[in-house]
Design a protein around this ligand. Structure first.
Ligand SMILES: *Cc1c(COP(=O)(O)O)cnc(C)c1O
Length: 645
């Protein structure tokens, strides 16, 4: 007889797969093709944005780092992504220019404030060389940097920000050594300085004017634009600037017209409005006899941090191609109407260039679970009756009464607290009541899941029971925007993506600061206050925080003296079995370094400790051998990484 064996139902694996993780963490949305989840459940970087091209598994990079003794937390830079984004931006602008038969060219600049790390800027300059892609500085130090790093004589070097004489002298020095440096006037009085210093040095300056447009941006950076903006000239000041230049015979020095309405412009329509206003001003200046050549639309091209495309403040409702097409289209239309030559186009895009290229990898070193407790809650002889009152609720919970029971339990807990404050119940009884309340809440949540009409306040209870995953990093150092402006950044485990994540988690950092948490995560429609992660097991569990390449790296602070992270620069190598190699390792801060930044003297500190230990040795309280060990230990901590080992 033929016995058919029924198929063994697959365990979890049939329920979950890498594809589902990819959707849950919206990897394809924010990743822009640079990130992908492998069938084996690891998060990979596709430096060429090609599923069939090279593929760098981030967990492999971490493994190799560990072999080299480089510990987490660490910043990993994928230099190929930087290169790719530079090419991408330049090619997309060129394509739009060609398609629309625009007669100017694109001369973009990278504003180094977005990420000034030398290797980042060098990579950008190198990748941008075929496109005469330049740099922008917003301060004296940044100007020093770009003058030294940009060797391309055809590309632009723009100087924004408030300036003193020395800044202008530096800019003109650049001009004297054959670089195209354009000094952009942010306030009218700077023009007098430029006139003065250039006469003194005998150099004809190249000047730009920043306009304070009426058009405003949206989102978090809208204050960069509009009439109350910090930088730029009003139309009255524009007209005055032209007459000042005329008086000094410097009309031909005025080369560039600039505006910047703010970073992360959420909607394409906002950009169109700004450009429409800006290019009109440009056209009128040309008609006043100014020899303008460059139309500089500033930065603002945004990223889809939450993978949403909604045009809310964490995402944008356009892609790079639409961005470039719209710029070219609006400028062209107005110029044709005004019958002026098409200017060269300049953008100062920072975020889109560097955002994707780096991530922070941290390890989860513990969890705080509200559901886990070892407290014995069984009935005790002589316990206060209020304890059993709440205990008896536990057995009564059903679909009909769970909401009511929850409310009753809440008020019993309140009563118990006040009884404790009056000395009526003791600490153990209070603890048991709190624990029983937790158990009631858990059961209420479980029960409510079977009720399609569960009230919102009960549904929200689950969020109070989030597990906190404790991570070895500092929000303040590594992702300051998550703290300062509630920026949403993608948080994704780099392994186990073929297993279902079941824990609702919040990420807490190492700092002794209740704000040291990630509070906003990518959600389905809107952001939410938790991320689903895997249950911790005995293996290391690594999390990546992504899109940290723009602004985060350099804005981090020293809260709790954690300091800079270990950092590796990864390059793609198609011939290598794992498709990558680590080109550079930059050591993170050791404790001695961060302490000395704040005026401590680590050598003296070690000396003090040694003195104190020696004293105990002399008194016979510590054995000499132990004393030496303790001194060595203190010194090795001083010279060690500031994060957890
Ligand atoms: C910050 C800034 C930029 C860069 O903006 P992104 O949104 O990062 O592209 C460009 N220009 C100026 C004047 C800026 O202040």
């Amino acid at each position: 007889m033929d016995k058919t064996i029924p198929p063994i139902p697959n365990a979890d694996s049939s329920q979950w797969n890498s594809q589902k993780s990819s959707e849950l963490y919206k990897v394809n949305r924010w990743g822009e093709g640079y990130f992908s989840v492998s069938d084996g459940g690891t998060l990979c970087v596709l430096p060429e944005r090609d599923e069939n091209g090279p593929r760098i598994c981030i967990a492999e990079v971490v493994k190799e780092m560990k072999q080299k003794g480089i510990t987490l937390p660490a910043v990993i830079r994928f230099q190929d992504i930087l290169r790719s984004q530079v090419k991408n931006l330049n090619k997309t602008f060129r394509k739009a220019i060609e398609k629309q038969k625009y007669s100017g060219q694109y001369f973009g600049v990278y504003p180094i404030k977005v990420n000034q790390i030398r290797e980042v800027v060098e990579e950008i300059v190198d990748a941008g060389a075929p496109y005469d892609y330049g740099l922008e500085a917003g301060s004296k130090s940044e100007l020093l940097a770009i003058l030294a790093l940009n060797k391309n004589k055809h590309s632009l070097n723009l100087l924004n920000g408030y300036k003193d004489r020395e800044c202008i002298r530096l800019a003109l020095l650049g001009q004297m050594i054959g670089k195209k440096v354009i000094i952009i006037v942010e306030k009218l009085s700077e023009l007098d300085l430029i006139v003065d210093v250039s006469r003194e040095m005998g150099v004809t300056p190249m000047i730009g004017l920043r306009s304070k447009l009426h058009a405003k941006s949206g989102g978090k950076w809208s204050e960069s634009s509009g009439e109350k903006a910090k930088f730029g000239l009003s139309s009255s000041e524009m007209v005055q600037a032209v007459s000042i230049l005329k008086t000094h015979n410097l009309m031909s020095s005025l080369k560039l017209f600039h505006f910047h309405i703010g970073s992360q412009i959420p909607e394409i329509q906002i950009l169109r409005n700004a450009i429409r206003e800006g290019i009109r001003v440009y056209a009128k200046l040309v008609k006043m006899g100014v020899d303008l050549q460059y139309f500089d639309i500033g930065g603002g091209a945004g990223l889809n941090y939450d993978g949403d495309f909604s045009g809310e403040s964490h995402s944008v409702n356009y892609n790079l191609e639409e961005y470039c097409n719209q710029v070219v289209e609006v400028v062209k239309n107005v110029c044709d109407m005004e019958e002026i030559d098409h200017p060269h186009l300049v953008s100062e895009s920072g975020r889109v260039i560097t955002g994707h290229h780096s991530c922070v990898i941290t390890d989860v070193f513990g969890a705080i679970k509200p559901k886990e407790s070892r407290l014995d809650t069984s009935k005790k002889l002589g316990e206060h009756p209020s304890v059993n009152q709440i205990r008896s609720l536990l057995d009564d919970i059903n679909l009909e009464n769970y909401h009511d029971i929850y409310n009753r339990a809440s008020s019993m807990k309140e009563d118990a607290l006040s009884a404790f404050n009056h000395g009526i119940i003791d600490l153990v009884e209070r603890a048991v009541i709190e624990e029983l309340f937790q158990q009631v809440t858990n059961k209420v949540i479980e029960t409510s899941k079977e009720d399609p009409h569960a009230p919102q306040d009960v549904l929200d209870l689950e969020y109070n029971l989030l597990t906190q995953y404790l991570c070895n990093f500092s929000v303040f150092q590594s992702i300051p925007d998550a703290w300062a402006i509630s920026q949403v950044l993608p948080v994704v485990p780099i392994q186990r993506l073929n297993e279902e994540p079941t824990e609702l988690c919040q990420i807490a950092d190492l700092t002794c600061d209740s704000d040291g948490k990630i509070k906003n995560y990518i959600g389905d429609e809107e952001q939410r206050n938790f991320v689903k992660l895997h249950k911790l097991n005995t293996q290391n569990y690594h999390l990546g925080v992504f899109l940290t390449g723009a602004y985060q790296d350099v804005m981090g602070d020293m809260h709790n003296l954690f300091g800079r992270l270990n950092e590796v620069h990864v390059f793609c190598d198609d011939d290598d079995p794992s498709d990558f190699y680590i080109e550079e390792y930059i050591k993170g801060n050791d404790a001695a370094k961060v302490l000395s930044i704040l005026q401590y003297n680590p050598e003296y500190m070690a000396f003090e400790i040694k003195q104190a230990i020696d004293k105990q040795v002399r008194r016979g309280k510590i054995k000499p051998r132990k004393g030496v060990e303790l001194i060595d230990f203190y010194e090795s901590c001083l010279n060690g990484y500031t994060y957890l080992k």
